[in-house]
Design a protein around this ligand. Structure first.
Ligand SMILES: [Zn+2]
Length: 121
């Protein structure tokens, strides 16, 4: 599965939350978690990017604790301006990872093309 597509799905998820059209179901509706989490959180593009598992080092922790501390154990969605701010941070972080992956892909493409082209006579 294409990691860029997975992360783009994650950007879309956070955009829907920001727009008030959706809630955050954590692991259950996180596109990369659904593929990589499986209790060990292995190979997820977010973990690759932060160097930490379980979304540590991402803005998710701030969102998660704000939801619990300010809004209790209800559905995680936008309730107040702080929610909006934290969800926006999360969406922007997902965009940052998409851009990072695209850059990495482009660099690998360039390298492969160089290696594939015949040596100049
Ligand atoms: Zn809030």
């Amino acid at each position: 599965m294409d990691k860029i597509k997975i992360m783009e799905a994650s950007v879309a998820k956070w955009q829907r939350i920001i727009d008030g059209k959706s809630t955050d179901g954590g692991v259950l509706d996180c596109p990369p978690c659904r593929i990589f989490y499986v209790l060990i959180c292995f190979g997820c593009p977010i973990a690759d990017y932060t160097g930490k598992k379980f979304c540590k080092g991402s803005p998710y922790g701030a969102w998660y604790w704000h939801q619990i501390e300010a809004h209790g154990y209800m559905r995680k969605k936008i309730y107040c301006p702080e929610c909006l701010h934290l969800a926006t941070d999360m969406r922007d972080f997902m965009i940052e990872i998409v851009e990072h992956l695209k850059k990495k892909d482009a660099e690998e493409d360039k390298k492969n093309r160089r290696e594939a082209s015949p040596p100049k006579a």
